[in-house]
Design a protein around this ligand. Structure first.
Ligand code: FAD
Length: 429
């Protein structure tokens, strides 16, 4: 997984159709009707642009994309894309209404000329197997004037186990207006190793309504008024991007294109279908403390996600309870450090196996994980691709292969984990 942003452009339409807005890339200049007063500085490829423009021009609309607003549009949307409005609105790709792509013959195609199969494929199957995506046209979604965010932390000594166990029953089933991310991290407190469980949340509504909801549904969380802050939606985007002073700073900070400080990271992912027992969680906590550095991020599904068919886009994981991100970051350069941190991450992944989907063990495309299989593009290309392809796409892999075979039969667009063409049939005897 890299953070390189391709200059893919976004055109955004509000869902109410009363306030269309557009964001274009200076590199390709598609013909979209920009609103009067649109500053050139706001023309760019990243989601920060959509967030920035949405704040600037309306304040009542948002876009359900990356929790981290610096992700690039090209990889993010074509891999599905989710953010902290996933339970209310589903995936980023559910709000793409058109796209422009350069195909293997160098033609620029839009939705009409590429056809619904290819349009479907680049909406979750990854763009890189099919061509070069130049732009996406997206539809914005309504957001309320005030939203509420909170963070609650507990260690094992503060009964994090009960909170984490109950979270599994509440977070994927509660009001779709509420997204409660759970993060687990080994920490040292007073020289003793423990696990810190943090619930970080966005509620599309007022603090008073949130308090009533969670006092009833999730007393184990112990949410207090002091934990909560009301703000506008765009301020919440900045808050999620680790700006504690989000109610004071200007949304233009989202246009800062300086990259984050460089570090090294490895991500893996899993999907959970059945709540993990307290014994299971206890086991995982011990293994987290052994690993010493690895973090887990649980993202709840349910809500809108469970209403959309698993074949509507190539992303097949909609009916799961929650996604688990295995998250390892380190700063020391060099192969020795890399081997050690990768080894810890892979070991933990093996401990997680009993609690997650099996046959195949599902994985989120946008957390590219070369450990789950790679393609050498030799005679066994299709078989090799089935190994990672079923994990990323489930049964949608078959339709992706058909589309690939139709639009790029020579497999020009390929990488370690691209969609293969159908194997050519052996000559009949
Ligand atoms: C800090 C961080 C936070 C993240 N948070 C989230 C999150 O909240 N939600 C989420 O869903 N994901 C998240 N991700 C994952 C993110 O969605 C992926 O890394 C995604 O691939 C980023 O898009 P990109 O355009 O930067 O892709 P790149 O890394 O540039 O490319 C990824 C893949 O997409 C292909 N690609 C990129 N652009 C195009 C194009 N225009 N046409 C064809 N193919 C293209 C590339 O060839 C490559 O195969 C996060 C990643 C990071 C690093």
């Amino acid at each position: 997984m890299t953070t390189t942003a391709f200059p893919t452009s976004l055109t955004a339409l509000s869902s109410s159709s009363t306030c269309p807005i557009s964001v274009t890339s200076p590199l390709i200049c598609p013909t979209t009707a920009a609103l009067p007063g649109l500053e050139p500085a706001l023309l760019s490829a990243r989601f920060i642009t959509t967030f920035g423009r949405t704040a600037k021009t309306h304040g009542t609309h948002g876009f359900p994309a990356g929790v981290c607003p610096t992700v690039g549009a090209g990889g993010h949307i074509s891999g599905g894309g989710y953010g902290n409005m996933i339970r209310k609105y589903g995936l980023s790709v559910d709000y793409v209404t058109d796209a422009k792509i350069v195909d293997v013959n160098g033609r620029i195609l839009d939705r009409k000329s590429m056809g619904e199969d290819l349009f479907w494929a680049i909406g979750g199957g990854g763009g890189a197997s099919f061509g070069v995506i130049l732009s996406f046209k997206i539809k914005l979604v309504p957001v309320p004037p005030r939203v509420t965010v909170f963070r609650v932390e507990k260690t094992l000594e503060e009964n994090a186990l009960d909170m984490v166990h109950k979270w599994q029953f509440v977070a994927p089933k509660t009001s779709p207006d509420l997204f409660m991310r759970l993060m687990l991290q080994p920490v040292t407190r007073n020289t003793t190793q423990t696990v810190r469980a943090s619930v970080v949340a966005l509620f599309l509504g007022k603090q008073s309504d949130l308090m009533s909801l969670l006092t009833k549904e999730f007393p184990e969380l112990g949410l207090k008024q002091d934990n909560c802050t009301e703000m506008t939606w765009i301020q919440s985007v900045m808050w999620w991007a680790n700006n504690d002073n989000a109610t004071v700073i200007k949304p233009e900070i989202l246009l800062d294109r300086n990259p984050d400080s460089a570090s090294f990271l490895k991500r893996k992912s899993d999907y959970v279908e059945t709540e993990i027992s307290k014994d299971g969680l206890d086991f995982l906590f011990k293994k987290l403390m052994e690993a010493g550095k690895l973090g887990l991020v649980f993202n709840p599904y349910g809500g809108k996600m469970s209403e959309v068919a698993t074949t509507a886009t190539p992303f097949p994981h909609r009916k799961r309870l929650f996604k688990v991100q295995h998250s390892m970051n380190w700063k020391d350069p060099g192969t020795e450090a890399e081997s050690s941190f990768m080894e810890k991450t892979r070991s933990f992944y093996s401990y997680m196996a009993p609690f997650v989907t099996k046959n195949p063990r599902h994985t989120y495309l946008n957390y590219r994980d070369l450990d789950i299989g790679i393609n050498s593009h030799g005679p066994n290309s299709y078989r090799e691709a089935e190994v990672y392809g079923r994990k990323y796409f489930g049964e949608n892999f078959d339709r992706l292969v058909k589309v690939k075979t139709a639009v790029d039969p020579e497999n020009f667009f390929r990488d370690e984990q691209s969609i293969p063409t159908l194997p050519t049939k052996p000559a009949s005897s």
